[in-house]
Design a protein around this ligand. Structure first.
Ligand code: CA
Length: 222
Protein backbone atom coordinates (compact mmCIF):
# COMPACT_ATOMS: atom_id res chain seq x y z
CA UNK A 1 0.00 0.00 0.00
CA UNK A 2 1.31 3.40 -0.91
CA UNK A 3 0.30 6.54 0.90
CA UNK A 4 0.94 10.23 0.45
CA UNK A 5 1.78 12.16 3.60
CA UNK A 6 1.21 15.92 3.31
CA UNK A 7 2.67 17.73 6.31
CA UNK A 8 4.86 20.82 6.66
CA UNK A 9 5.95 20.22 10.26
CA UNK A 10 9.33 18.45 9.92
CA UNK A 11 9.26 16.73 13.33
CA UNK A 12 5.73 15.39 12.98
CA UNK A 13 6.28 14.51 9.31
CA UNK A 14 9.40 12.54 10.19
CA UNK A 15 7.59 10.66 12.98
CA UNK A 16 4.59 9.76 10.81
CA UNK A 17 6.85 8.75 7.93
CA UNK A 18 8.89 6.41 10.15
CA UNK A 19 5.83 4.88 11.82
CA UNK A 20 3.98 4.25 8.56
CA UNK A 21 7.09 2.78 6.89
CA UNK A 22 7.68 0.50 9.86
CA UNK A 23 4.06 -0.60 9.57
CA UNK A 24 4.85 -1.72 6.02
CA UNK A 25 3.51 1.16 3.93
CA UNK A 26 5.38 2.82 1.09
CA UNK A 27 5.24 6.54 1.82
CA UNK A 28 5.88 9.72 -0.17
CA UNK A 29 6.11 12.92 1.83
CA UNK A 30 5.01 16.30 0.42
CA UNK A 31 5.79 19.43 2.47
CA UNK A 32 3.29 21.82 0.89
CA UNK A 33 -0.01 21.88 -0.99
CA UNK A 34 1.44 22.41 -4.45
CA UNK A 35 3.99 19.62 -4.04
CA UNK A 36 1.13 17.39 -2.88
CA UNK A 37 -0.94 18.12 -5.99
CA UNK A 38 2.06 17.38 -8.22
CA UNK A 39 2.59 14.06 -6.45
CA UNK A 40 -1.12 13.20 -6.82
CA UNK A 41 -1.01 14.02 -10.52
CA UNK A 42 2.00 11.82 -11.13
CA UNK A 43 1.64 8.79 -8.86
CA UNK A 44 -1.02 6.34 -7.73
CA UNK A 45 -1.76 6.29 -4.00
CA UNK A 46 -4.00 4.18 -1.80
CA UNK A 47 -4.64 6.91 0.77
CA UNK A 48 -3.64 10.44 1.80
CA UNK A 49 -2.75 11.78 5.24
CA UNK A 50 -3.44 15.48 4.89
CA UNK A 51 -2.51 18.42 7.11
CA UNK A 52 -4.73 21.49 6.68
CA UNK A 53 -2.42 24.43 7.43
CA UNK A 54 0.09 24.12 4.58
CA UNK A 55 2.38 26.54 2.73
CA UNK A 56 1.50 27.50 -0.88
CA UNK A 57 -1.91 25.77 -0.91
CA UNK A 58 -4.25 24.97 1.98
CA UNK A 59 -5.02 21.32 2.68
CA UNK A 60 -8.77 21.85 2.21
CA UNK A 61 -8.12 23.28 -1.26
CA UNK A 62 -5.95 20.28 -2.16
CA UNK A 63 -8.79 18.03 -1.02
CA UNK A 64 -11.47 19.92 -2.94
CA UNK A 65 -9.38 19.89 -6.14
CA UNK A 66 -8.79 16.16 -5.72
CA UNK A 67 -12.50 15.38 -5.35
CA UNK A 68 -13.34 17.72 -8.24
CA UNK A 69 -11.17 15.53 -10.44
CA UNK A 70 -13.25 12.54 -9.34
CA UNK A 71 -10.54 10.84 -7.27
CA UNK A 72 -12.09 8.54 -4.68
CA UNK A 73 -9.05 7.48 -2.65
CA UNK A 74 -9.50 7.79 1.12
CA UNK A 75 -8.25 10.95 2.81
CA UNK A 76 -7.55 11.38 6.51
CA UNK A 77 -7.13 14.92 7.76
CA UNK A 78 -4.47 15.49 10.43
CA UNK A 79 -4.96 18.82 12.14
CA UNK A 80 -4.97 20.80 15.36
CA UNK A 81 -8.09 22.71 14.23
CA UNK A 82 -10.66 21.23 16.51
CA UNK A 83 -13.88 23.22 16.30
CA UNK A 84 -17.01 21.42 15.11
CA UNK A 85 -17.13 23.79 12.10
CA UNK A 86 -13.58 22.80 11.12
CA UNK A 87 -14.41 19.12 11.26
CA UNK A 88 -17.65 19.56 9.32
CA UNK A 89 -15.84 21.62 6.67
CA UNK A 90 -13.18 18.94 6.31
CA UNK A 91 -15.65 16.08 6.02
CA UNK A 92 -17.87 18.06 3.65
CA UNK A 93 -14.87 18.77 1.43
CA UNK A 94 -14.52 15.01 0.95
CA UNK A 95 -12.37 13.77 3.84
CA UNK A 96 -13.07 10.25 5.09
CA UNK A 97 -11.65 10.64 8.57
CA UNK A 98 -10.35 13.35 10.85
CA UNK A 99 -7.59 12.93 13.42
CA UNK A 100 -6.78 15.66 15.92
CA UNK A 101 -3.20 16.65 16.70
CA UNK A 102 -1.53 15.63 18.89
CA UNK A 103 -2.40 12.00 18.18
CA UNK A 104 -0.91 8.63 19.08
CA UNK A 105 0.88 7.03 16.14
CA UNK A 106 -0.79 3.70 16.93
CA UNK A 107 -4.22 5.29 16.53
CA UNK A 108 -3.17 6.86 13.24
CA UNK A 109 -2.06 3.46 11.93
CA UNK A 110 -5.23 1.70 13.12
CA UNK A 111 -7.45 4.32 11.49
CA UNK A 112 -5.42 4.20 8.30
CA UNK A 113 -5.85 0.42 8.09
CA UNK A 114 -9.60 0.80 8.72
CA UNK A 115 -9.84 3.42 5.94
CA UNK A 116 -8.02 1.14 3.51
CA UNK A 117 -10.21 -1.84 4.39
CA UNK A 118 -13.35 0.20 3.77
CA UNK A 119 -11.93 1.58 0.52
CA UNK A 120 -11.30 -1.96 -0.70
CA UNK A 121 -14.70 -3.15 0.47
CA UNK A 122 -13.15 -5.52 2.98
CA UNK A 123 -14.91 -5.22 6.33
CA UNK A 124 -12.98 -8.11 7.84
CA UNK A 125 -9.31 -7.77 8.75
CA UNK A 126 -8.78 -11.36 7.61
CA UNK A 127 -8.69 -12.23 3.90
CA UNK A 128 -9.05 -15.91 2.97
CA UNK A 129 -8.52 -17.54 -0.42
CA UNK A 130 -8.04 -21.29 -0.69
CA UNK A 131 -6.01 -22.34 2.37
CA UNK A 132 -4.25 -18.99 2.40
CA UNK A 133 -5.24 -16.39 4.96
CA UNK A 134 -3.86 -12.91 5.43
CA UNK A 135 -4.37 -10.81 8.54
CA UNK A 136 -4.08 -7.18 7.49
CA UNK A 137 -3.59 -5.93 11.06
CA UNK A 138 -0.47 -7.88 11.96
CA UNK A 139 0.36 -8.47 8.27
CA UNK A 140 0.77 -12.19 8.75
CA UNK A 141 0.01 -14.71 6.01
CA UNK A 142 -0.71 -18.36 6.89
CA UNK A 143 -1.30 -21.54 4.94
CA UNK A 144 -3.79 -23.38 7.09
CA UNK A 145 -2.42 -22.81 10.59
CA UNK A 146 1.21 -22.48 9.49
CA UNK A 147 2.60 -18.92 9.35
CA UNK A 148 4.42 -18.04 6.13
CA UNK A 149 7.85 -16.47 6.47
CA UNK A 150 7.85 -13.52 4.06
CA UNK A 151 10.08 -10.48 3.65
CA UNK A 152 8.50 -7.03 4.06
CA UNK A 153 8.45 -6.55 0.26
CA UNK A 154 6.92 -9.98 -0.30
CA UNK A 155 4.16 -9.18 2.19
CA UNK A 156 3.55 -5.92 0.35
CA UNK A 157 3.26 -7.62 -3.06
CA UNK A 158 1.01 -10.34 -1.64
CA UNK A 159 -1.26 -7.75 -0.04
CA UNK A 160 -1.60 -5.82 -3.31
CA UNK A 161 -2.48 -9.02 -5.19
CA UNK A 162 -4.94 -10.12 -2.49
CA UNK A 163 -6.76 -6.80 -2.59
CA UNK A 164 -7.13 -7.26 -6.35
CA UNK A 165 -7.81 -11.00 -6.20
CA UNK A 166 -9.56 -12.26 -9.31
CA UNK A 167 -8.50 -9.15 -11.23
CA UNK A 168 -5.33 -8.37 -13.14
CA UNK A 169 -2.72 -6.12 -11.53
CA UNK A 170 -0.14 -4.58 -13.87
CA UNK A 171 3.50 -5.21 -12.98
CA UNK A 172 4.17 -1.51 -13.30
CA UNK A 173 1.37 -0.76 -10.81
CA UNK A 174 2.98 -3.11 -8.27
CA UNK A 175 6.40 -1.48 -8.74
CA UNK A 176 4.80 1.94 -8.36
CA UNK A 177 3.01 0.98 -5.14
CA UNK A 178 6.22 -0.42 -3.68
CA UNK A 179 8.34 2.65 -4.13
CA UNK A 180 8.72 5.79 -2.15
CA UNK A 181 10.53 8.55 -3.98
CA UNK A 182 13.86 7.64 -2.51
CA UNK A 183 14.01 3.88 -2.87
CA UNK A 184 13.55 2.56 -6.38
CA UNK A 185 11.98 -0.83 -7.04
CA UNK A 186 12.15 -1.75 -10.70
CA UNK A 187 9.80 -4.07 -12.56
CA UNK A 188 12.53 -6.74 -12.56
CA UNK A 189 12.44 -6.72 -8.78
CA UNK A 190 8.68 -7.30 -8.92
CA UNK A 191 9.32 -10.44 -10.99
CA UNK A 192 11.71 -11.68 -8.32
CA UNK A 193 9.15 -11.12 -5.53
CA UNK A 194 6.44 -12.88 -7.54
CA UNK A 195 8.76 -15.81 -8.19
CA UNK A 196 9.54 -16.15 -4.46
CA UNK A 197 5.88 -15.78 -3.50
CA UNK A 198 4.84 -18.52 -5.92
CA UNK A 199 7.32 -20.90 -4.30
CA UNK A 200 6.13 -20.00 -0.80
CA UNK A 201 2.47 -20.31 -1.78
CA UNK A 202 2.84 -23.89 -3.01
CA UNK A 203 0.17 -26.03 -1.37
CA UNK A 204 -1.96 -23.03 -0.41
CA UNK A 205 -4.57 -23.57 -3.13
CA UNK A 206 -3.75 -20.10 -4.44
CA UNK A 207 -1.96 -19.40 -7.70
CA UNK A 208 -0.38 -16.25 -9.11
CA UNK A 209 -0.80 -16.34 -12.88
CA UNK A 210 1.17 -14.24 -15.33
CA UNK A 211 -0.86 -12.70 -18.14
CA UNK A 212 1.71 -11.69 -20.73
CA UNK A 213 1.75 -7.99 -21.33
CA UNK A 214 -1.03 -7.40 -18.80
CA UNK A 215 0.21 -8.32 -15.34
CA UNK A 216 -0.53 -10.76 -12.57
CA UNK A 217 -3.68 -12.42 -11.34
CA UNK A 218 -4.04 -14.06 -7.95
CA UNK A 219 -6.82 -16.61 -7.74
CA UNK A 220 -7.87 -19.86 -6.09
CA UNK A 221 -6.59 -22.91 -7.95
CA UNK A 222 -9.26 -24.88 -9.72
CA1 CA B 1 0.76 22.55 9.14
Amino acid sequence: MKILLVEDDPTLGEAVMLATRQAGFAVDWSRDGVQAENALAGYAYDAILLDLGLPRREGLQVLRNLRKRGATLPVMILTARDTVEDRVRGLDAGADDYLLKPFALDELLARLRALLRRAHGVADTLIRIGRLSFDSVNRQACIGEAPLVLSAREVEVLEILLHHAGRVTAKEAIADRLTGWDDGVGENAVEVYIHRLRRKLEGSGVAIRTLRGLGYLLEAER
